[in-house]
Ligand binder design. Structure first.
Ligand code: GN1
Ligand code: MG
Length: 388
């Protein structure tokens, strides 16, 4: 069946309500924002944190918008360390961008100070909140619409890796240890299978088998990092396609967002998550698996964009595994969705029954599609890498 025409999901900003208005106003008050609060709305994308958009009006009538976000403390048990990491990274990037561009007018993600001078605020109802500039005239896509967007997104993440490449592992705290340790993720799945707290294991025998059949190749990157054949670098670690802001008119990637997981890691995690989220014409939670497929032209756009930005510093061992990384991360996230389904949906936000199971099935279908095309994918990477 030919893939259906790709349709990006429109803005994830929800219609507001008096309750949302009130709580956004209260949180906004904790930050040094100029002007009068006029509107608070919820942004529903993102599976972990609670995110809002706040609009303020200045005396001259102009309006500025901000993103207010509460860190999910069940996931990030040390939110202050997350904020320290983000402060380190955004300062470093701004300093570098300023040097190259001579002015800071480019749209980069920036933290706004809270009253009192810290880069975060403890909310009135608890929790750790931060405030970012809202990047105007841009949007995020849950599904890429064309190869230009794929190229741009991969270029943006490659450029991001380049910008943080001179930070060291000591500059950042590993806030989520073993975040991309795929064998560890599988071990966690096995624990959940054994515990079966919600009696859901019986209905996922096929998915479990699919994963067990592939466990033997999941330590490739982790082993490479351990024996030094793959370099440990500072990476983004959550490069799904809706974590890059794309100019709605030009399709140009403006900046990468969601810096919560910036930590020491492998470039392959970042490239792999791009393959996972930017090559299929269907969203992450698609229920019609016939629509889920790794589209070669999108992969080609990713490779070209990524190598244009990162080709200068990547080592051959990393380039050799670019095609493999897509199937690794698709399987890894599939494992995490399945684990959460078995555990009773405690980690990822869900909005319908079996949501995590649907997400898992999409990932596994993508793994299959990548397996069927891996040779061709590797060949393409080799061809582009020859010209580096
Ligand atoms: C989460 O925060 P968000 O929605 O960008 C998750 C990622 C998963 C992703 C799956 C801290 O990302 O690891 O790949 O959902 N982030 C965390 O959509 O667990
Ligand atoms: Mg996130």
């Amino acid at each position: 069946m030919p893939p259906r025409p790709t349709k990006a999901i429109p803005s994830a900003v929800r219609p507001t309500s008096p309750e949302i208005m009130e709580s956004v106003r209260k949180i906004g008050d904790c930050f040094a924002i100029a002007g009068e609060f006029v509107l608070g709305e919820e942004i529903s994308s993102g599976l972990i944190n609670a995110t809002y958009r706040a609009t303020y009006q200045r005396e001259d009538g102009s309006q500025d918008r901000y993103v207010l976000q509460r860190i999910n403390e069940k996931v990030f048990t040390d939110p202050h360390a997350v904020m320290r990491n983000i402060e380190t990274v955004t300062r470093h990037i701004n300093w570098k961008v300023l040097r190259v561009k001579k002015d800071a007018s480019g749209q980069t993600i920036n933290l706004y100070p809270a009253r009192g001078g810290k880069c975060y605020a403890e909310g009135p109802g608890g929790g750790v909140w931060r405030c970012y500039n809202y990047i105007e005239a841009c949007r995020t896509y849950d599904v890429v619409e064309n190869t230009r967007q794929a190229y741009q997104a991969a270029f943006a993440f490659g450029a991001f890796q380049d910008l943080v490449s001179d930070l060291t592992a000591d500059d950042l705290k590993e806030t989520l240890p073993n975040f991309h340790h795929t064998p560890q993720r599988i071990a966690n799945l096995e624990k959940s299978i054994a515990a079966d707290p919600k009696g859901r294991v019986a209905q996922v025998a096929e998915e479990i088998q699919f994963i067990r059949d592939r466990a033997h190749w999941t330590s490739k990157v982790i082993d490479g990092l351990a024996d030094g054949s793959i370099p440990l670098r500072v990476t983004h670690n959550d490069t799904k396609i809706n974590n890059v802001m794309i100019d709605a008119k030009t399709d140009q990637a403006v900046c990468v967002i969601d810096l919560d997981t910036v930590m020491p890691g492998s470039t392959l995690y970042d490239f792999g998550d791009l393959v996972r989220t930017a090559t299929s014409p269907a969203p992450e939670d698609e229920t019609n698996l016939d629509l889920v497929t790794m589209q070669m032209p999108m992969f080609e756009g990713l490779v070209e964009g990524y190598l244009d930005a990162a080709g200068g510093f990547l080592e051959p061992a990393e380039i050799d595994l670019l095609a493999f990384s897509g199937k690794l991360i698709a399987l890894e996230i599939g494992v995490r969705f399945l684990t959460d389904f078995i555990d009773g949906d405690n980690y990822f936000k869900t909005t319908r029954e079996n949501h995590n199971l649907d997400r898992c099935r999409t990932q596994l279908k993508l793994v299959e599609s990548i397996e069927a095309q891996e040779g061709q994918m590797e060949k393409f990477v080799r061809r582009i890498a020859r010209n580096l």
